[in-house]
Design a protein. Sequence first.
Length: 482
Amino acid sequence: MTTANGQLNDGREVYLNGERVADMASEPVFSRTLKVIQRYYELQKENKNHTFFNNGIESSIMFLAPKTTKDLEKKRRIYEEVARESYGMLGRTPDFINTGVAILANYADVLGVDQVNPALDYAQNAKNWAKHVKFDDVFVSHAIQNPQIDRQKTLTELLNAGNEFAGVWIKERREDGVIVRGAKQVNTLAPLADELLIFNLPGLSSEDKNFALAFALPIATPGVKIICRKTTMHLDHSLADYPLSNAFDEMDAFIVFDDVFVPNDALLVCGDVDKSNAFFEKSGLFNHTAHQDEVRGFVKLEFVTGIAVRLAEKLGLSGFQRVEEMLGQLSVNLEMIRSSIIASEVTGKMENGVFTPNMQTLLAVRATLTGYYDEALRVIAEFSAGSAVGVPDFRQFSNVEISTMLKDALTSEQITAEERTLLLNLAWDITSESFGQRQRVYEFLHGGNPMFIRMQHLAKTDLTQANAMIDKVLENARNDQN
């Protein structure tokens, strides 16, 4: 069920620049980005390391439920290959949710059945949906964040005050399903996906039963409206001027549910606050999607580290001790992330019949990677400095009156004028253009508030041995006084 340009015009309701998109396939922001996403599927045909056989059916390796450290290593290598197709800049390619879907059936029983209607089996729904996603290799986008309207109030309080779009809630219950209304924000790549997976992060209050939902639906379901942010593309220029911005845009969108019917067999949680709050972690999604996400983040860090080193080499900065120290710190940061990801695999454990990466280690990566990425961007910005600010429009090299003089002015022993311009345009794109700034904000917040990540890590850190050593020191000191 791989989304292709022709399949984008399936009735999905997508809004861009204030208007509903009549022809999705003709919009560059979608068609160019889709070409990069489709590499995920093409790689499965080009490289058999991207697939495995399950009961005689060839499937993406993302759907492999890992049983050993070697399985996690195998998947990590494929995550890297997929991520390098977008230089790590596309954070929500199909492999993100797919690696969670791979193990969903192993955890699905925690979803149980409906308390009022036992015939409504959420666990079985999850297993059936996971089987469908695997068999059809569906591109699933997920939406979890509620609009930030008033954090001092519960969703139910906001709804009672007349705000119907503070979250997604049950407007009507029917024998065959429910009617939902509401909204989710910052849904990345939703315009190009096949299906949406909707659920909540922990935090619903006991009174928010109508918001306690998890379900999956096709993007083209009537009533689902995808409202896109402004694009970061510069369609009046070429890739030479905007080598990243004009290659793709990982479009984020606001999702509105305008009285959408969700059939019973699409429901994974309905009306149970405890199960809604526990869904992300108890479904097994969190650990395995985190593994993919941090590998993708490593590739992105590798990319910007390489840009910083290339700039130093081509702008004649190599050899200065301060420059070498700055680059050395970036390479150290990169190695720390690489090693930590491998450590998460080596120190993993069996859980529900699945070998699961060490979440404490992945949380440490998630809490640290944001700062490392920001540091690399600062180095790139410093190295390129005024050179990037004054880069001419690449079309100036075609102007016969000035091209020769321009080439003379920008050419050095290390690099030609055209290559210098391309490199500086890349540096500007990743540090200063809206594309780069969106990437920076995304990297900082997509995994959750870094403060809460660190708090979560501390809460689960095992200091048993440290406390034993402290107690021994204090006991020895106490005894010495006797």
